[in-house]
Design a protein around this ligand. Structure first.
Ligand code: SF4
Length: 441
């Protein structure tokens, strides 16, 4: 690993003064978008130049000067370079690859809005990102126009949220919502705040990583008016925690925003217990809670980044118990087909019977926990009416596996089972007036 370079030593930005460099608008306007520009920042062989050109069709390249200045000019495996510089592998499509593996466009009642979980929605308010990550799961749309969505589309999304009383949590993402101008972002946030059932707003943003200059007083003063706002950022590697990004995080934390981080497990970038441990400890030191460690999705053109799930479990094994609990992110597989975020853990229960559960801990200690003989549920306290009040307000519809436990339903059955179709055929009246014969095959 080389020492970080002074940007003025990089030919492309020789004459740039500090005021320009520290201005997020200057950074955005001067993103590295061509191979010629890139070759003034890092050393590229002729073959590499050709490969980058060939890969640009799958996802546009746009690297902020700040982030580009962190790249190792000679090492193609530098984690900063891996996140920012295209590879020919992106043009390869693996058999399991999908355009929209998470069904964000399928579970979308209004263009740009995904409503999958009961009480929260995702608003893709722009397809523009400060920088395009090569592992992006939204490659199908990120950077397509490099612009915000139209006012009309934004208003349609807001109208949906307004009309859908069960939505209490709205995630602004994209693209990256902090690429919007502050007044444009305020339009969305202010309208959301006028909706009584919207309790929290979230920004999902990579700007603290790739464009920390975006954390202006103007942005923070505006956002503070609409608290509670939670901010999730996207650091993947400890090398991304620079002086500038730490200052950006400190500004956000001092302004009172709750900070989380979503990392993606990426082969050759961070798929190592020690790299992830260093990352999560540095995040916590900077007042950022590691919120999720994602398994890389089955999006098209990123199979070269995927690790095995076994590797993810191994990494969690190295974290849980070995470092602060709040530094250990849930390891999440976002299930294809809109199955949603599903946590995966090492196994800690070794065995069990009716009254005893045997555990192992991170050190390999094996111990038993004896369960209460009376079943351990004392019933509702006589003066507690929280469940009744929530049910009366329609906040907790009986859904999913939890509904089996609460006794609301006896079974959950997929809607399209072949035997259902056979049953319908069997019930249909025959020409002779009776039921069709069913051979049970
Ligand atoms: S910032 Fe997010 S949406 Fe944009 S390219 Fe990176 S991963 Fe994709």
């Amino acid at each position: 690993m080389i020492q970080r370079r002074d940007y003025r030593d990089i030919p492309l930005w020789k004459g740039v003064d500090a005021a320009q460099w520290n201005d997020w608008r200057w950074q955005s306007a001067h993103r590295v978008t061509t191979v010629d520009e890139l070759s003034q920042v890092i050393n590229l062989e002729e073959e590499e130049r050709r490969v980058i050109e060939a890969s640009l069709n799958s996802l546009r390249m746009a690297i902020t000067p700040y982030y580009a200045s962190l790249m190792d000019p000679d090492d193609a495996t530098c984690p900063i370079r891996m996140r920012a510089v295209p590879k020919i592998l992106e043009t390869e499509v693996a058999p399991e690859d999908m355009l929209d593996p998470l069904h964000e466009d399928v579970d979308s009642p209004v263009p740009g809005l995904t409503h999958r979980y009961p009480d929260r929605v995702l608003l893709l308010v722009t397809d523009r990102c400060a920088m395009y990550c090569r592992h992006c799961t939204r490659r199908r749309m990120a950077g397509e126009t490099d612009r915000p969505r139209s006012q009309e589309q934004i208003d349609d999304m807001l109208a949906y949220v307004r009309a859908t009383r069960g939505v209490r949590d709205v995630l602004l993402s994209g693209g990256d919502p902090l690429t919007l101008s502050t007044p444009r972002l305020e339009y969305v946030v202010a309208k959301l705040r006028e909706i009584p059932h919207v309790e929290i707003i979230r920004y999902g943003t990579s700007t603290p990583v790739v464009l920390p200059q975006r954390m202006t007083d103007e942005l923070l003063d505006m956002s503070k008016k609409y608290q509670p706002i939670w901010i999730n950022t996207h650091f993947n590697h400890p090398k991304e925690l620079t002086v500038e990004s730490k200052q950006a995080l400190a500004k956000l934390a001092d302004a009172g925003f709750v900070l989380g981080n979503q990392s993606v497990l990426l082969k050759g970038v961070n798929d190592c217990p020690y790299v992830i441990k260093e990352l999560v400890q540095r995040l916590v030191e900077n007042r950022v809670r590691p919120y999720y460690l994602y398994q890389c999705d089955l999006s098209r053109g990123i199979s070269h980044f995927r690790t095995s799930i076994a590797r993810g479990i191994e990494i969690i094994e190295h974290l849980r118990g070995h470092t602060s609990g709040f530094a250990v992110p849930p390891y999440i597989v976002d299930l294809p087909g809109g199955g949603g975020k599903t946590p995966v853990n090492p196994h800690y229960i070794v065995s069990r019977n009716d009254h005893t559960v045997v555990f192992r801990n991170y050190e390999g200690v094996i111990a038993k926990y004896v369960e209460p003989t009376d079943g351990g549920f004392g019933g509702c306290p006589p003066n507690c009416h929280i469940c009744e009040e929530r049910k009366a307000r329609g906040l907790d519809p009986e859904l999913g596996v939890a509904s089996l436990l609460s006794g609301g339903v006896d079974s959950l059955v997929p809607a399209n089972l072949a035997r259902h179709a056979r049953g319908k055929r069997a019930a249909r009246p025959s020409a002779a007036g009776g039921a069709e014969e069913h051979d049970g095959g």
